[in-house]
Write a protein of this length. Sequence first.
Length: 517
Amino acid sequence: MALRPISLVPKPRELQLLDGDLVLYPTTRILYQVGVEGDARLLADILRPVTGFAFELITERPALGSSLIELEVAAGIEPEGYHLTVTQNEIKIQGGDAHGVFHGIQTLLQLLPPAVYGRGPRVNVAWTVPHVHIKDGPHFGWRGAMLDCCRHFMPADFVKKFIDVLAMHKMNVFHWHLTEDQGWRIEIKKYPRLTEVGGHRAETLLGHHDAYSTRDGIPHGGFYTQEEIREIVAYAAARHITIIPEIEVPGHCQAALASYPEYGPAHATHQVNTQWLIDRNAIFFPSEETFAFLRDVFAEVAELFPSEIIHVGGDEAIHECWENDPNALKIMAELGIETGKELQAYFIKRVRRILADLGRKLAGWDEILEGELEAGATITVWRGMGRVSTATAGGHDVVVCSMEDTYFDYYQTAHIDAEPLAIGGVLTLERTYEFNPIPKDLPPDDEGRILGLQGQLWAEYMKTPENVEYMAFPRMTAIAETGWCGAGSKNFEEFSERLRHHLKRLDVRDVRYRHPA
């Protein structure tokens, strides 16, 4: 009898397909080891609604002959790695840690019929799992996705769904962009105007910028309460995903300055931005009062997000605003610096000190390299691969976010007339898949500083969750495979064949992806 093909995404490192299938029965139980109880409960919560089976959770092995799914942490397996074996009466998932057990569960779900991703009873489904032996583990430790919820606010329920789909692909970092010129989306209790004022804009630009640009006249707003954020952070943690919050400094802060103008240039007035161009006066003023304000903000952020790293943006700041401001020039003279670029380096240094006092580490876009940045930061490199080696040579870890290869606000085809409006440029699924985040000229000793990669979803032209999913998938699936497998053994044609079956899973999960041409 011919063995049926297995289409797993991302592709496992070693897969041995054997003859036969295991059948899940109403009496099948989940045996779990101490330390993975949450994963066992999550698995049961997925399986019960669609199968109608009880999936009793147990901690002691029953008599021989019982049908089991066994979850345990085992020695000798790499962190996040797992072994999965399916035999006649047992599915055994062993992880190098709880993360590995969870990733093994994701593989198990893909071995089941796509109906397992449904949200209610599925009838006339044969709940079988092929006999296999899989040994698997990740190539990169950072396999991420960045979602901008500032340009267009995304409901909390969608954020959870997005996290679910990331977990399905063994991704482990959700970079959450929470503050911008066009909206401040995180509740800060000490500064309520950040969301009362900064969380709302009067209207939004229609189309791209040109001489005839108009607005839609429709107010847009929203923010996440601290209670919602705690719930989302816990939801992500249960799926072994770390949320990295991004709070933008010193630029991209017009919504903050519309709320508290005293922390911006004295000569400027501000409103929450209704277009996508950067206001040349939207920059925090480098005063002690501003740093005290930011200290308060980051203290609340750190209380909400347990991640070791907090991202501070640092990109696209308009230094001329400082260089033309007499008060800023006075501060620069006192510091003995002459340019706005140097002042930004000072600003980032002060914010880094604030984070260090809170027990956190700083991450930022590659602009923060433009100054004397002490080693040990995490750099999300977006402006070309040449800056990767600059960052690693400076003693920094790198997450590669090359805009030509990972920016999902770009069109997915050159035939744009039938596509939703996008920011411009073209990034195909194939180019995304072929991307190698390790530059060819990177010294071998620096390769260990490449933490991984992530896909970027900047939301200027993504007004709804449906828009986000259409732009994200299946390109994010390609990012997931590179993050898990590395670049050395990839084959786009073979990936495309697996993807054809994988899209059935996304269909059941109600992910509104763009179908590959």
